[in-house]
Design a protein around this ligand. Structure first.
Ligand code: FE
Length: 140
């Protein structure tokens, strides 16, 4: 599913081709017991489902893009919810015509490569549901 190497609290991860990125990253965090951290990465996908939260309705709008795209920027964080790693990932995806789609990343399928770095943080980073925003906000 992935290979990785670490330099202390910094990990370099290569997710195998044709894997689903978010579940592979969750498996990595589970395997390493990472419950607080940050993520960045680049790569390429041939399908991705993005999510947009409409603040007026507090409803999510999901959209799937089935095409070859570059992960021009993936950024996110790792926290803890219900004792498990909780991933919050945002992504910009470059299309063949050099336009970009972006948003909250729900899932995507690697087609090419996916190179991530994860930095483990040594603090408690919990989450709680916030009624006003409809979001799972940090509990700090
Ligand atoms: Fe988000």
């Amino acid at each position: 599913m992935y290979t990785s190497v670490n330099d202390g609290d910094r990990f370099v991860i290569s997710i195998d081709n044709h894997q689903e990125l978010v579940s592979a990253l969750a498996a990595f965090c589970n395997d390493q017991g990472i419950l607080a951290g940050k993520v960045d990465g680049i790569g390429a996908v041939n399908s991705a489902t993005l999510r947009f939260l409409d603040p007026a309705t507090k409803k999510y709008v999901d959209r799937t893009f089935d095409e070859q795209m570059e992960i021009s920027s993936l950024v996110g964080n790792i926290s803890e919810k219900d004792g498990k790693p909780y991933l919050h990932l945002h992504v910009n995806l470059g299309r063949r015509d050099y336009t970009v789609v972006g948003g909250h990343l729900l899932c995507c399928t690697i087609n090419g490569a996916c190179e991530l770095t994860v930095t483990r943080l040594h603090c408690n980073l919990g989450r709680h549901f916030d009624e006003e925003t409809g979001l799972n906000l940090y509990t700090l």
